[in-house]
Design a binder for this molecule. Structure first.
Ligand code: AMP
Ligand code: MG
Length: 320
């Protein structure tokens, strides 16, 4: 199979409608999409990604109008959150309607749904009139893709087409939120922060893989990993001293990192804002992994705003 990179929505729509798996751009990361009602396409997503079957997929649609089709007993807060953050990087877990095939939700009684904020994919979803299921377009456990090129590097010859929507503007996966006894719980941190959610719902609990035993399926402590070992540190100079003699690459953001004289160093972000750091994070990890070093040393970000989500990804990338 030749993998076509295209900007033409109709080509992607036709491929999806004929049951194929297509890579699509979103503002978070690229996804590997199939129409949710097509059993073969959903099976192919798991096969191509080598994703464990117990790790459910996020349903992507173009508007919150989908709620009654896919879910039941929808809390009022879900509507409020959709109103506040969609289109955008917030995935909401709801009690599933029976029409949702079990292989999309790994047999769970919940369904995950989100409206991505990417003009190309929103147009595609409008054209399709059916939702797609789309996990990130990377082999299981590897770094998520934030460009069409990353997807091609992973899946050339294995998927029919990649819809090219440019570099992902947010660059890390969506925030995942569910409800426990009616109360909102964040299971994965992302660009929509717990503080922003609290402003809408009045309360929120955070239970993520890096801070807590995960309740959400698929929240493995290890994830998003480069092949090169990665260590996360508060003190880049100390870590560097500890690995003297090894060929290292440093990723950091602080003044200490900027001032450091090192052969291989990537300063993240140049402008000092965390939005930019998140957008560049996976591209930087892909690059750091490609330049043949013994170890990647990454500096921990301050635990505030997007810094928490970035640290979550770095810590999970560092697990063996
Ligand atoms: P991703 O790999 O970025 O597509 O994220 C998928 C993650 O969303 C899964 O690993 C789960 O943690 C969560 N998720 C997806 N669907 C469900 C569901 N039906 N119930 C609970 N969590 C879900
Ligand atoms: Mg993923």
């Amino acid at each position: 199979m030749t993998t076509q990179i295209t900007k033409d929505i109709n080509i992607a729509a036709t491929a999806l409608q004929s049951g194929k798996v297509v890579a699509i751009p979103t503002e978070t990361v690229y996804g590997l999409a199939g129409i949710i009602y097509n059993q073969e396409a959903i099976k192919d997503i798991y096969r191509i990604k080598e994703r464990p079957l117990e790790n459910p997929l996020i349903v992507h649609t173009h508007s919150a109008e989908i709620f009654p089709e896919i879910a039941v007993d929808i809390p009022e807060a879900a509507y409020k959150l959709a109103e506040a953050f969609w289109p955008g990087p917030l995935t909401i877990l709801l009690k599933k309607n029976t029409v949702i095939p079990d292989n999309v939700t790994s047999g769970l009684d919940t369904v995950a749904v989100r409206v991505p904020s990417h003009p190309v994919t929103i147009s595609l979803l409008r054209e399709l009139k059916q939702p797609v299921a789309a996990p990130s377009a990377n082999p299981f456990g590897r770094i998520s893709p934030t460009s069409a090129r990353h997807v091609l590097d992973y899946f050339d010859g294995r998927i029919s087409c990649i819809l090219d929507g440019g570099a992902c503007s947010i660059g890390i996966e969506s925030t995942i939120l569910g409800f426990e006894e009616g109360f909102p719980v964040v299971y994965r941190q992302g660009a929509v922060t717990a503080a922003q959610i609290k402003d809408v719902t009045g309360n929120v609990t955070v239970k993520t893989a890096s801070t807590n035993t995960p309740k959400a399926p698929g929240m493995y402590p290890r994830h998003y990993s480069p092949r090169t070992p990665l260590v996360v540190t508060d003190d880049i100079q100390k870590a560097l001293a500890g690995f003297r003699g090894l060929n290292t690459v440093i990723i950091g953001y602080s003044k200490m990192c900027r001032d450091l004289i090192a052969e291989k160093k990537i300063v993240l972000p140049e402008s000092g804002n965390f939005e930019e750091a998140a957008a560049k994070l996976y591209g930087t990890l892909h690059y750091a992994d490609s330049i043949n070093t013994d170890i990647i040393i990454a500096e921990k970000f301050p635990e505030k705003g997007l810094g928490s989500a970035i640290n979550d990804r770095l810590i999970r990338a560092s697990k063996k």
